[in-house]
Ligand binder design. Structure first.
Ligand code: ATP
Length: 450
């Protein structure tokens, strides 16, 4: 059966994975809340990411940096001056579009180095060919730059005449800011990496496609600090490892692909995206892998006045390390995992069942425990005992509501790998029925062997 994103979106809400943000007030575009099963799945993805990128890598360490940063950070990073989307509005229906993206669609490339005037000229010369996605008109306003950083206020930065404070436009800046701290305190030696999962906020002009383009989202980033010019082999290795991790989430390799950036930012050596084939939307970016040279540390060195050179005593060298970066949207990853696992199957009796075929490691609930009958206190008591025991080690759920078939269906929908049923035999011989999510096969197992 063909998967449709609209089904997945309504499933995600119906089964407590993802709710629209501020829903009782009508909902806010680009904001979502992860519900009880959503947060479990999200945390399990994060655990897998952390294990792969920190625990299993001898030369990587973790970090959790503050969201608010000195406003100069965003000047140094180029976000205050340049982190802006060029927008135009349809004069008929006021729909706003990204000028560069619309031009790209008709094969016209807007270079990042263009001045506002040049970009506007290009837009004016070409926009009669671009139809408004909402009303079909081709009547556009001039292109205006729209900064994506989300402003806030904190302390007296603004009163002191500094730039206002911003919420992070990307999570990775905290890593650059702590590079020196980590070198000074953690016995790391180049090449070494730092990993962080952090929130990012962007005034996206048209939040859309569910978790794909939000105004608040999480990024899981790694920055590998390397000797200048020693990028090639490490970069290829990094691409390979990232793709392997995506496959380890249970995603079919044919639904993943690499795409190289055609137009690089001026300081970059190379940039590739990993794309996932989303139901209804098709292939789109889920993670970026960037070869960024010494740009980030050099910028912060200039703006902070602090020497960020790395001193290699043994080799008698001093240099600003280059950076290889991986940057993944956690929400996009969550959506890819959910989309891939979401399955509607025809059963032998002709009925349909919805199953989340998640790898066990990612399943929100690992075991569901049922007493066969709700109205037999001795079964309920025994089942509660089994539930309590398993809960010590795993996320479990207890359910005595409705017939067993319905209870299986509910667990299939949230991807629970095993259901455990306590019946009268359990009271006699200490065995339970364990039913498998994917095969629906049932086996008899001793409680102690669970
Ligand atoms: P796009 O071209 O889709 O706007 P980007 O190239 O600006 O993305 P980066 O700044 O490289 O994205 O961020 C790295 C990752 O962060 C992306 O691969 C994506 O997974 C995630 N990401 C970026 N913007 C958003 C957003 N608005 N909502 C959710 N995830 C996002």
């Amino acid at each position: 059966m063909e998967k449709k994103m609209e089904d997945i979106v309504s499933f995600a809400k119906r089964r407590g994975f993802v709710y629209p943000g501020s829903e009782i007030y009508g909902g806010e575009p680009g904001l979502y809340d992860f519900g009880p099963y959503g947060v479990e799945l999200l945390n399990n993805i994060k655990k897998s990411w952390w294990r792969t990128n920190v625990q299993l890598k001898e030369n990587y360490v973790g970090l959790d940096s503050a969201m608010f940063k000195d406003p100069k950070v965003w000047v140094a990073s180029g976000h205050v001056g340049g982190f802006a989307d060029p927008l135009s509005e349809c004069k008929q229906c006021h729909t706003r579009v990204r000028v560069d993206k619309e031009l790209e669609k008709i094969g016209v490339h807007a270079d990042e180095k263009m001045s506002k005037e040049e970009l506007n000229e290009l837009w004016t010369a070409n926009n009669q060919k671009i139809k408004c996605p909402t009303c079909g008109a081709t009547d556009w306003t001039e292109a205006k730059m729209f900064n994506l950083l989300v402003k806030s206020n904190l302390g007296d930065f603004e009163e002191k005449g500094d730039a206002p404070v911003y919420l992070p436009g990307e999570a990775c800046q905290g890593i650059y800011l702590n590079y020196k701290n980590i070198v000074d305190t953690c016995r790391v030696k180049v090449p070494f990496g730092v990993a962080q999962i952090g929130k990012a906020f962007r005034n996206e002009i048209s939040p859309r496609n569910f978790l794909f383009r939000c105004r608040e989202f999480e990024q899981a980033d790694t920055e590998l600090f390397i000797r200048p010019h020693e990028n090639k082999g490490s970069y290829e290795q990094m691409k390979k490892e990232r793709m392997e991790w995506w496959v380890s989430l249970g995603i079919a390799p044919e639904n993943l692909r690499f795409k190289q950036h055609e137009h690089l930012v001026f300081y970059a050596n190379d940039a590739w995206d990993i794309e996932y084939n989303f139901p209804s939307y098709g292939f789109d970016e889920v993670e970026g892998i960037h070869d960024r040279t010494d740009y980030d540390l050099t910028q912060h060195m200039e703006h902070s006045g602090v020497d960020l050179n790395y001193v290699d005593q043994a080799a008698g060298e001093k240099y600003v390390p280059w950076i290889l970066e991986t940057s993944m949207g956690m929400g996009r990853c969550f959506l890819a995992v959910l989309s891939e696992a979401y399955t509607v199957e025809k059963m032998e009796d002709g009925a349909e069942r919805t199953v989340l075929k998640l790898p066990e490691e990612l399943a929100p609930v690992k075991y569901a425990v049922f007493p066969l009958l709700k109205n037999k206190p001795e079964l309920v008591e025994k089942a509660r005992e089994v539930y309590k025991k398993l809960s010590q080690r795993y996320m479990c759920e207890f359910d005595d509501n409705g017939n067993i078939g319905k209870r299986y269906r509910r667990q299939d929908e949230i991807g629970t790998p095993k259901c455990v049923v306590v019946d009268f035999d359990t009271l006699e011989d200490g065995t339970v029925t364990v039913r498998d999510r994917d095969t629906t096969e049932q086996v008899r197992v001793k409680i102690d062997e669970l």
